[in-house]
Design a protein around this ligand. Structure first.
Ligand SMILES: Nc1ncnc2c1ncn2[C@@H]1O[C@H](COP(=O)(O)OP(=O)(O)OP(=O)(O)O)[C@@H](O)[C@H]1O
Length: 805
């Protein structure tokens, strides 16, 4: 790019202060000219390793030094000099290798070289595919740009358009997400971008892919064609069609790891584990239980799955702090989660691909991909959240048996080294039953589970790579059961192409489509509900306010609950009615609506009045649990000997209490009195226990005598194995112990059965055991006596068997 000519002032004598000012300006201009010369003189063949050796403005150099950046990483060494010279760049380097500085330094320097001032408007635009990444880029920019006088801003949504609009005109550098930026370009009249000097696309391949296509194209239309453009990504696009869209001029392809034997960081250890869909959560659970002192990111394919796994695991408490992040959370919550996870030493973050690219969380130990990524590129970005900037890290990909072959093939093609590991079966814990119980008890969780299931099925359905993702082969019924659901929710599929288009449509498109739909509705084509028709017929003055309340309450709650819903929610959604519509927590005012003919109201004891307008609601009211929630809190009473209720605590008059002495004295007295009582009672108890013991002893002796007499009469079963005269008593405890694990299993299960039996049954079992044990003794003796007549022939054995009968 041509740089502006350096202006110099050649005028007559001036007052002193003006002299000082012009001297300063002169110095600045000299510095500037010097910088320009140095930049032009950069020898691209001689790599620069330290930032101090780069021809940079004093402000940038000071910002880098203050942020402790001293040596350049490989992509910075190659990319920054070329960018400083003004070329367009396609930058590619592995994840965590310092691409952010590779474009931020040239951005600042570009404006310096262009003598940009705070009054010159927008000079640089940096685009990121996600808000989180934009925030992170902005933070790095603030650090290294702290000595510059440029103004910089974030345009990512989450704030009111008006608020952003007011500040936009004053910004020199903007970090933005495409959708929001386009909104401003379309709607903010005073926003000028005609002088833009440099455009950066971080995660360029993502920004240029189909999801953002129309938005980015519209956005590029607003920007001037003569500008410098830098594209960076770990999985850089080289598609000519993409580059043509950007009007690049002789772009330089800067790739530092192109010849590397792998596309992922060297210190990243990568494994995959083959686990069937219904066992995934068990495996994840077992993993978390075994790694509670680690920092882990778990990637799932949709926000609904993230919510379900987060909520259900939170109930189960794996012993590691849990967090969750997905695109439909409120901005403040997303930011809070990011900061919390950044500063955590050990925590597990469940996330969608919103955290897959660019985010630089420090010291992440593990990246788990519970759901298979849509392609190898996404895999590379996800695992790149660990092993950043020469650190070590580990990644595990969970693969369904039918995803395994195709996915491994894709990874191999992209130079991703990955090895199989097996789950240790003895360490595997199952949470299926707990999930089933939880979903049974908690309809909210069940609902989340249903939506998670649907979202998962949908995510598989819309995938482009059908060799990896084959819905027909997925064990969906078992998967639904593993989430704790009583059955797989029914799903209605749309035609394939439409579904794909929907998936790839940008949010803005979806938003516009929604607006269109709403406009159509307001044009009289709205679908009328049963209630609409009913209220049209009825006395509207009376009913409408209540109806509006109900509908608004419902909508409000729906908005809160379904923050993470996508606009295509109706695509596959389980039917569910919000409780708030059926049970209003507010009591109805006295002058409220008279109920429609078949409606009743019920006044709850100590609680609100409820409108019962359908059979389903009537049924709901029969649920004690739900009613208990709505009714006023109970009051605890105790009943005296006459059966009259009394307050559980009655406070006596303080003066009367004090008359009896200090609190400490009274406590002492009370303790002594009670101790004396215990002593007296104890004597009686001991007498009683002694008496019982004597009785038991007498009974036992009588039994033993009877048993001895029986033995003399003979009888009982004896079996001899082989010639070793080994006696086996099927009742003897050591029979089980001496045998294999099945035997011990039998014992422990018997023990368990015994302890879980109701009291009466247990008593019976005890007596049975007693009988058994007396038999055992009996049999043992008999065996000894029979030993002498041990059967030697078949006839003997038959005779013996007959004697048992
Ligand atoms: N020259 C440097 N010296 C020291 N640390 C650096 C340097 N450059 C970058 N880093 C650090 O390396 C980490 C990764 O940098 P960065 O986020 O820019 O990577 P990236 O290549 O953009 O990764 P991704 O592809 O995931 O977006 C950051 O923590 C950053 O502070």
């Amino acid at each position: 790019m041509a740089s502006q000519p350096v202006r110099s002032s050649k005028k007559g004598p001036k007052p002193q202060h003006q002299n000082a000012r012009s001297l300063k300006r002169k110095r600045q201009e000299e510095d500037h000219a010097d910088l320009e010369t140095k930049v032009q003189a950069i020898d691209l063949a001689a790599p620069i390793t330290n930032f101090v050796d780069l021809p940079l403005s004093k402000a940038t150099a000071a910002g880098l030094a203050d942020s402790h950046f001293k040596t350049l990483t490989a992509i910075q060494q190659k990319g920054i000099p070329i960018a400083l010279k003004g070329s367009d760049i396609l930058g590619a380097a592995k994840t965590g290798s310092g691409k952010t500085l590779a474009f931020l330094v040239p951005v600042l320097e570009k404006l310096v070289l262009k003598k940009w001032t705070e009054f010159d408007g927008l000079g640089a635009l940096i685009m990121s595919p996600t808000r989180e990444l934009a925030i992170q880029i902005f933070e790095v920019l603030r650090k290294i740009g702290r000595y510059h006088s440029f103004s910089a801003g974030l345009v990512i949504g989450g704030k009111s358009l008006q608020e952003e609009r007011e500040r936009l005109g004053r910004m020199n550098i903007l970090v933005c997400t495409p959708g929001r930026m386009l909104q401003h370009l379309d709607q903010t009249a005073a926003f000028e971008v005609d002088d833009l000097q440099i455009l950066v696309l971080d995660e360029a391949d993502r920004i240029l892919d189909m999801g953002f296509q129309s938005t980015v194209d519209a956005l590029l239309d607003h920007l001037p064609k003569t500008r410098q453009t830098l594209l960076f990504s770990a999985t850089q696009t080289k598609r000519v069609s993409d580059l043509a869209r950007l009007n690049l001029k002789d772009p330089v392809y800067v790739s530092v790891h192109e010849d590397a034997i792998m596309a992922t960081p060297d210190k990243l250890k990568q494994n995959f584990v083959v686990t069937s869909l219904p066992d995934k959560l068990d495996t994840l659970w077992s993993f978390l239980r075994a790694n509670t002192k680690s920092k882990i990111i778990v990637f799932l394919s949709s926000g609904k799955q993230v919510r379900f796994v987060y909520e259900s695991f939170r109930h189960l408490q794996p012993g590691i702090p849990l967090m969750h992040l997905h695109g439909r959370q409120k901005q403040a919550q997303r930011l809070e989660t990011m900061h919390k996870f950044t500063s955590s030493k050990n925590a597990c973050l469940f996330s969608t691909d919103v955290a897959a690219r660019g985010l630089d969380f420090p010291a992440v130990d593990w990246v788990l991909q519970l759901d298979c990524p849509e392609d190898a590129e996404t895999y590379i970005h996800r695992v790149g959240r660990t092993a950043r900037f020469e650190q070590e890290g580990r990644a595990v990909l969970f693969l369904e048996p039918n995803e395994q072959d195709a996915m491994l093939k894709r990874l191999e093609q992209k130079k991703v080294p990955i090895e199989e590991i097996k789950v240790k079966q003895n360490k595997q814990q199952s949470i299926k039953t707990q999930l089933q119980n939880m979903c049974f008890k908690d309809p909210e969780l069940k609902f989340l589970g249903q939506r998670a299931f649907i979202a998962y099925v949908k995510s598989i359905f819309v995938q482009k790579d059908k060799e990896i993702f084959n819905l027909q082969k997925m064990p969906l019924e078992e998967y639904a059961a593993s989430l704790g659901l009583p059955g797989a929710p029914r799903i209605k599929f749309m035609k394939g192409d439409t579904a794909k288009e929907r998936k790839n449509a940008s949010r803005e498109q979806k938003f516009l489509a929604l607006q269109d739909q709403q406009t159509q509705e307001t044009n009289g084509k709205a679908i009328r509900t049963r209630y609409d028709r009913m209220f049209e017929r009825q006395n509207q003055n009376v009913l409408s306010s209540r109806y509006t309340d109900l509908v608004q309450d419902g909508e409000r709650e729906l908005q809160d609950k379904e923050e993470d819903d996508e606009s295509e929610e109706d695509f596959m959604k389980p039917k569910r009615r919000l409780a708030s519509n059926s049970l209003s927590p507010e009591p109805l005012p006295d002058n409220s609506l008279p109920a429609p003919p078949d409606h009743r109201t019920v006044k709850l004891e100590g609680g609100p009045t409820l409108l019962i307008d359908s059979k389903r609601r009537e049924k709901l009211l029969k649920s004690k649990k739900k009613l208990a929630k709505l009714m006023g809190k109970g009051h605890k009473l105790v009943f005296d000997e006459d059966g009259n209720p009394q307050e559980i605590y009655k406070l006596e008059n303080e003066e009367d209490f004090k008359k009896r002495g200090s609190a400490a004295q009274q406590r002492q007295q009370f303790v002594e009195q009670e101790a004396a009582k215990v002593k007296t009672v104890d004597v009686g108890d001991k007498e009683l226990a002694k008496h019982k013991k004597q009785e038991q002893k007498a009974r036992r002796k009588a039994k033993e005598r009877a048993a001895k007499e029986n033995q003399d009469v003979g009888g009982g079963a004896v079996a001899t194995l082989g010639g070793d005269e080994e006696l086996i008593d099927p009742f003897a405890d050591d029979y089980y112990n001496a045998n294999d694990s099945d035997g011990s299993e039998a014992i422990s299960s018997l023990d368990r059965a015994d302890t879980t039996m109701p009291k009466t049954k247990r008593k019976k079992a005890d007596t049975e055991t007693d009988i058994g044990s007396s038999n055992r003794k009996k049999n043992h003796k008999t065996r000894v006596s029979r030993n002498s007549v041990e059967p030697e022939t078949l006839e003997d054995l038959e005779a013996l068997a007959a004697s048992y009968l």
